[in-house]
Design a protein around this ligand. Structure first.
Ligand SMILES: [Fe+2]
Length: 433
């Protein structure tokens, strides 16, 4: 690993830790150990879990060093303890957890200077470090979602998102034909993004922007939550059981609560905290459908001028603040039209950042998939239980999302920063004209 790569890994580890510290220092010890929702872990669990994964992979495996705390491994194994039971575990307290993650990090920064990083796929191009940085950032987003579920006075602050700078409406035609999906080259891409492979995607239309609060309000006003026609049988059963009447955190009076602040709903911001079932019902009501995962990725990466797939809608450069609403820079999605510099060649906006976008696709491995570095990273989730989300949210760090990145969750979930956009097939004769 070159000096540049070591420096980059160290800088990203440090930047990421600042975010974790900010999210956990924002609340008092009672709030850190409390479970704010059955769906979430106590924040203090996330913090020590991040440190434990870093210890397992970087201190012990890559570094070959002695364990720091082998006695706590099973407490922080996400597969041994579902989120609901984590508060009952004899977890490290706030001070202990903070000391633990600091100790692990000191060892990692120490070994990063000198560790032999050749001859093993786990360390090539700094993969293990990239994996751990992304893992911590993913838990930071989870902790941000926990903050949204927490009750009490607001504790997080951020500047508002930029205003709309362009009128973005209607849909874009994505031309038919093969494109390269996934990646074999992106150094820190995870196993489920690999390998690159050709997928033939017929022509389709995709919304140029995510569905907004105002558009979603029209679905509610039209009685969309009372009409089983728009819902799948499972979606309708869930809507009734859960008593859903609108997106999560909406109060039904034109306001929603965001991170402890009750505010008027902003009409031209992408709707967030909707489940896959709700997104699908909206799409059916609108005479449209959710895009498949392949369609979403083609819209985000395919460059018709060159025929190649790019890393991001705007090109191959890493995300900058003018491209996308990422990294908890703001505490909400940005209005449609706020990121003209981030648009794709076909004129599709805000594919990266703002809200995770539900697709119609279940999660499966790509042709040639190989679990790496362990089956529990993604292979154990393959199957029809989950639906894929793409593009990241305002709470996703740039290190943890790219054009190929795949997220997944149950179709009933909406505590995540989830929204969507719609697609449709061309009408007969529409493309011949
Ligand atoms: Fe984890």
């Amino acid at each position: 690993m070159s000096t540049g790569l070591r420096e980059r890994a160290a800088a990203e580890l440090t930047r990421t830790r600042q975010r974790s510290v900010g999210l956990t220092d924002a609340v008092d010890d009672d709030d850190l150990v409390r479970q704010h929702s059955r769906l979430m872990s106590p924040l203090v669990w996330d913090l020590a879990h991040v440190g434990n994964q870093e210890e397992l992979w970087l201190v012990r495996d890559v570094g070959g060093r002695e364990p720091v705390r082998a006695d706590i491994d099973q407490l922080y194994d996400a597969f041994k303890h579902p989120r609901g039971e984590r508060p009952q575990l004899p977890l490290l307290g706030p001070a202990e957890a903070r000391a633990y993650v600091r100790t692990v990090r000191e060892k990692v920064l120490d070994l990063l200077d000198t560790v032999e990083l050749e001859g093993r796929p786990l360390v090539e191009q700094g993969f293990a470090f990239g994996m751990i940085i992304q893992h911590e950032q993913q838990h930071d987003e989870t902790m941000l979602a926990t903050h949204q579920l927490r009750t009490g006075d607001p504790v997080l602050v951020a500047v508002p998102p930029p205003p709309s700078q362009a009128i973005v409406a209607g849909e874009a035609l994505i031309p038919g034909g093969p494109f390269e999906m996934g990646t074999s080259l992106e150094a820190w891409a995870l196993d489920n993004e690999r390998p690159a492979h050709q997928v033939d995607v017929p022509p389709f239309f995709l919304d140029r922007a995510p569905v907004t609060n105002a558009m979603y309000q029209a679905f509610i006003d039209a009685g969309g939550y009372d009409d089983p026609r728009w819902w799948s049988p499972r979606g309708w059963a869930h809507r009734r059981e859960a008593g859903l009447t609108g997106p999560g955190h909406w109060h039904g009076d034109g306001t929603y609560t965001r991170f402890g602040r009750r505010e008027p709903i902003v009409g031209d911001e992408p709707v967030v905290h909707v489940s896959w079932h709700e997104a699908s019902a909206y799409a059916a009501w609108a005479g449209r459908r959710l895009p498949t995962e392949a369609e979403w990725e083609k819209a985000a990466r395919f460059d018709p001028a060159t025929g190649r797939s790019r890393r991001y809608p705007w090109g191959d450069e890493d995300p900058a603040p003018e491209h996308a609403n990422l990294g908890q820079r703001h505490l909400s999605p940005a209005p449609v039209g706020a990121y003209p510099a981030g648009a794709s060649p076909a004129g599709v906006h805000q594919l990266i950042g703002d809200v995770w976008e539900w697709t119609s696709s279940p999660l499966y491995g790509y042709p040639g998939f190989r679990a790496f570095p362990y089956r529990e990273y993604s292979e154990v989730f393959f199957g029809d239980d989950y639906r894929v989300l793409r593009g990241g949210s305002f709470g996703t760090d740039a290190a943890a999302v790219r054009g190929t990145f795949r997220n997944w969750d149950y179709p009933i979930r909406r505590q995540i920063f989830s929204g969507f956009r719609c697609a449709r097939d061309p009408r007969p004769g529409e493309l011949a004209a």
